[in-house]
Design a binder for this molecule. Structure first.
Ligand code: ZN
Length: 347
């Protein structure tokens, strides 16, 4: 089968580690199911894999990609079908052990064996076929194409948990999203607007701010020296309820300064660096909450799919590439000038 896979990691040119070529069709083990892939999407996680983050050097070649919409083809031995063969499905991208205290409790993302598809022993989804846990299958929400559904498992689930679980936001609340245009930030915009939140985005780029306003966000402010005063002016001096932070060093100081007393900054990334000044006096004096967030549970993924169906929102797609041209999609991801998700259409 054709697949986009990493042949190794590191070096000056990450994409030199990427190959699009033939690999063996995977056989589903017990508890797993093979999907004929219809669409998969790219995430920053795939660039981390090419950098060597979280993957042992011995584990290559390794098919990339965490997100998939596909057609159910065959189940592993002794595996009761969760959905009929031939169903069009979207797969939750998180794999956990299923037996530890975390897995038996309310939040299996705390499992010590937590992995995404493409990590540990699991191959990825940027291929003609992939293998995922049978219990991770969900029907594609009504009204969504496979290309749109494949956007949901990583970016949209991460945004959903940051907004509504970790951030605890409810209709009428105010959120600042650091960064605009990428898969996660556009997912957060779309879900926040659908939930009746007041949405402010911050970006260095004028064109990205204008594009966000065109998508319906309430305010777009320039990242930098004026950001804090502008956000405070927009919130009558109070500050926002929640900041969604995935930029890191470049925006952290502002993120702490735009929060209302008792507000929360929810962190799910650090693309500009991971060691910002901590400003602890501000954290305790204003009783700020700093909350890490990572993907989401199966229950949250189900709720996300129900929300997408009920609100009729559509994930924002930047562009669609054929699998044979996955290298061009990776070049675009690395360049970072995105407006939504990068989709690879397989069949
Ligand atoms: Zn577990």
């Amino acid at each position: 089968m054709l697949a986009a896979y990493a042949t190794g990691t590191g070096g000056d040119d990450l994409l030199a580690n990427l190959e699009v070529g033939e690999r063996e069709i995977p056989a589903p083990p017990r508890g797993f199911v093979r999907l004929a892939v219809l669409a998969a999407t790219l995430n920053h996680h795939d660039l981390w894999t090419l950098q060597g983050v979280g993957v042992p050097p011995s584990s290559f070649p390794r098919t990339l990609g965490c997100d998939v919409a596909g057609r159910v083809e065959s189940y592993g031995p002794d595996t009761p079908p969760s959905l009929p063969v031939g169903s069009e499905v979207v797969a939750h991208a998180v794999v956990t052990c299923g037996v530890c205290d975390a897995c038996l409790g309310p939040d299996e993302t705390l499992c010590r064996r937590f992995a995404l598809l493409t990590e540990g022993p699991y191959e990825g989804t940027l291929a003609e076929y992939c293998v995922v846990p049978a219990q991770n299958l969900f029907p594609i929400p009504a009204g969504l194409s496979p290309e749109q559904a494949a956007c949901l498992p990583t970016a949209y689930l991460t945004a959903y948990r940051m907004l509504f679980n970790k951030g605890g936001l409810r209709p009428g609340g105010t959120v600042l999203i650091q960064g605009a245009g990428g898969g996660l930030s556009t997912a957060a915009e779309i879900l926040a607007l659908a939930a009746g939140l007041r949405v402010i985005v911050a970006s260095r780029s004028r064109s990205k701010r204008e594009a966000a306003l065109g998508r319906g966000v309430h305010h777009a402010v320039a990242t930098g020296s004026e950001e804090v005063s502008e956000v405070l002016a927009l919130t009558a001096g109070e500050g926002v309820d929640v900041v969604l932070e995935s930029v890191g060093e470049a925006t952290w100081a502002a993120s702490l300064r735009v929060l209302r007393r008792g507000g929360a900054v929810v962190v799910a990334g650090a693309t500009s660096g991971a060691d910002p000044p901590s400003d602890l006096r501000r954290v305790f004096w204003r009783q700020l909450r700093v909350l890490g967030s990572m993907m989401g549970t199966r229950a949250e993924f189900r709720s996300l799919l129900q929300m997408v169906e009920a609100t009729r929102v559509h994930p924002l797609i930047d562009s669609v590439f054929p699998l044979s041209d996955a290298g061009a999609a990776f070049s675009r991801l690395e360049a970072g000038e995105l407006a939504g998700k990068l989709v690879v259409k397989v069949s």
